[in-house]
Design a protein around this ligand. Structure first.
Ligand SMILES: N[C@@H](CCC(=O)N[C@@H](CS)C(=O)NCC(=O)O)C(=O)O
Length: 285
């Protein structure tokens, strides 16, 4: 399996640690992204497996589209999206509710560059290519790797409720925790003082994480670490301030120590953290 990655990228770190935990050897292909530019290439778009009927992914992305504020947004540069929006309009249930919640639409101007876009229309790393099957989004990749290569289900338990908690933590990470860590990162990058409201949001996310860990060794209340621990660990390693004070979150502090001890791929983690720190040092406010 090929993994397109960038050193210092937290979602790439998550996938690489997951593969190491599964003893899966990935063929690492490093990309130099130079923030939002170099990886923007076409071929990444082609390998885009579809399903026969709509899934929760269609529903989730359709809802995102309905939230775009400009009602006259021109989707003609994206004919497949246009066609899919029409199809979803026809197929999605709860039409009355959708009508009520429809907002105006607008889309960012996309900068599509060739080879990479063919494989991954999202133009992000990590991107896994398994024998022609391409997959992006670190959390989806971790799930795929465990399902495909796991000798047991400990990293992504099959038990319905345990899995639901792991999924909840993964969504909490992508939607809340990592989002606020990333904001911190960009304040740092832009050499701007952090908005106190944003700082508060990160603190609130850490309070929530601290609560998840109350009486538990791992974030999803499991006996051993799961992909939710790996994902959240990668997120926290990205906090740009190397002296960030975790003492208001004692459970998080304890868990970070445990993860430092338990997480595999220690050399890669070291390298990735060093890359983040070098980057942060360069943009120190
Ligand atoms: N939610 C995605 C985020 C992926 C992501 O944004 N990766 C960054 C590197 S850390 C990237 O590829 N940035 C380039 C861009 O967004 O243009 C995941 O977890 O895989």
């Amino acid at each position: 399996m090929d993994l397109y990655y960038e050193n210092g990228s937290p979602p790439c770190l998550s996938v690489i640690v997951t593969a190491a935990a599964l003893n899966v050897k990935l063929n690492l292909k490093e990309l130099e992204l130079e923030v939002n530019k170099e990886h923007l290439t076409p071929e990444f778009t082609k390998i885009n497996p579809g399903t026969k009927t709509f899934t929760i992914a269609d529903i989730s992305i359709y809802s995102s589209f309905l939230t775009i504020p400009n009602p006259n947004n021109d989707f003609s540069p994206y004919p497949n999206i246009k066609k899919w929006l029409k199809l979803m309009e026809e197929k999605a249930p709860a039409k009355d509710y959708i009508k009520k919640s429809e907002l105006e639409l607008e889309v960012n101007k996309e900068h599509l560059t060739p080879e990479f876009t063919k494989i991954n229309p999202q133009q992000t790393v990590p991107t896994l290519v398994d024998n022609g099957f391409a997959l992006s989004e670190s959390r989806a990749i971790m799930q795929y790797l465990v399902e495909k290569c796991g000798k047991d289900d400990s990293l992504y338990p099959k038990d319905l409720k345990t899995r639901a908690i792991v999924d909840q933590r993964l969504f909490f990470d992508i939607g809340t925790l990592y989002t606020h860590v990333l904001k911190s990162f960009f304040y740092w990058f832009d050499k701007k003082p952090e908005d106190p409201q944003d700082l508060k949001r990160l603190e609130r996310a850490l309070i929530v994480l601290n609560t998840f860990l109350e009486g538990n060794n791992y974030v999803a209340e499991t006996k051993t670490f799961t992909i939710a621990d790996i994902s959240i660990y990668s997120s926290l390693l990205t906090i740009p301030n190397p002296n960030y004070d975790f003492s208001p979150y004692p459970n998080v502090k304890k868990w970070l120590k445990l993860m430092e001890e338990k997480a595999p791929a220690k050399d890669y983690i070291k390298k990735s953290v060093a890359a983040i720190q070098t980057f942060c040092e360069k943009y120190k406010p």
